[in-house]
Design a protein around this ligand. Sequence first.
Ligand code: FES
Length: 125
Amino acid sequence: MEQIVPPSPASAHQTDAGDSRAEAPYLRLVVWQAHQSRDVMASMGEALMPVLNRAGFGLAAVCGGKGVCGTCRVAFPEAWAARLAPPQKREQQLLCHLKARAGERLSCRITLTSELDGLEVSACE
Ligand code: FES
């Protein structure tokens, strides 16, 4: 299992002294691709989409995280999907338009919190 290490807090301080992520604790994600899992570390409070793309997941994310394109859609196992904050109306409408299956969400709309430590995520089929 490969582990991706997030940028060091020292480099975050160099880019923006007011960046709250520099002090943020991390959580672990379990990312599934091609039937293999790997651990990816993320800062709490981040959106899932940029974390996955930093880890090389390859989401198109055409709108850059504005929640309007649907190209950041990912899938969660049922147990994890139930623990996510419910989608806002706009996400729900887009998922409906995309004919998303149960457990599929827009990764740019998922904010990582301590409750999601160990979150499993995969590409949509
Ligand atoms: Fe466009 Fe998430 S990046 S909807």
